[in-house]
Design a protein around this ligand. Structure first.
Ligand code: SF4
Ligand code: SF4
Length: 192
């Protein structure tokens, strides 16, 4: 099951890299920036969680203990957001096995109600902060026109419900399974 998911990831990750490249005028991601791993719910489907755990199992005992400690001390804020327990020294400890949301975060995404959702780090002066108003959820068309960017901002449809319907997913027979927050998956995993 995970073999086919890995095949899917190889292709899909290339597609995502192409999306980031296309949008590079608006992207501020760089090594050491980890705000998106410090504040989120991290919705993972079952297959994504199983794949993440495959990566976890390969870590050294010290790193695994650190992750467990991180999880034990995780505190959710009033919105249910928290620091991902896999983040160690501002780096993902399971980078090759990270979930889809970890790979796609930072782009403009279409919500199920049709509105444009910009990444929260825009509020920190990062992705799309030059062309997207997070309060009104609107692209700043006058700014975009004035600046003659190479490519216009593009809104992608990277919701899991859309990903489930991709031809590639069907071809490879991938069943993503239910979706829960990473916290809920880990609570179950560490209690067994
Ligand atoms: S998505 Fe935002 S917070 Fe995450 S690495 Fe990129 S710029 Fe930083
Ligand atoms: S799994 Fe890795 S990339 Fe995903 S939120 Fe956690 S630390 Fe960040």
């Amino acid at each position: 099951m995970l073999d086919n998911y890995e095949k899917f990831l190889d292709i899909f990750t290339q597609d995502i890299q192409a999306m980031f490249e296309h949008q590079k005028d608006y992207i501020y991601c760089k090594e050491g920036c980890s705000h998106c791993c410090e504040y989120g719910e991290y919705p993972f489907t079952e297959i994504e969680f199983l794949y993440l755990i495959e990566g976890y199992k390969k870590l050294t005992p010290d790193t695994k203990n650190k992750i467990k400690e991180n999880f034990k001390s995780t505190v959710k804020d009033k919105d249910g957001y928290y620091v991902c327990p896999f983040l160690i020294n501002k780096k993902c400890s399971v980078y090759s096995n990270r979930a889809l949301v970890c790979r796609t975060f930072g782009l403009l995404n279409k919500e199920s109600d049709g509105t444009v959702n910009g990444p929260f780090c825009g509020k920190l002066g990062l992705n799309y902060s030059n062309v997207y108003d997070k309060e009104t959820k609107r692209l700043l068309m006058d700014v975009i026109e004035k600046n003659h960017y190479k490519n216009l901002p593009r809104v992608f449809n990277l919701n899991i419900d859309n990903i489930r319907t991709l031809e590639l997913v069907k071809e490879l027979g991938i069943e993503f399974g239910i979706q829960k927050s990473l916290y809920d998956w880990l609570e179950e995993y560490f209690s067994n």
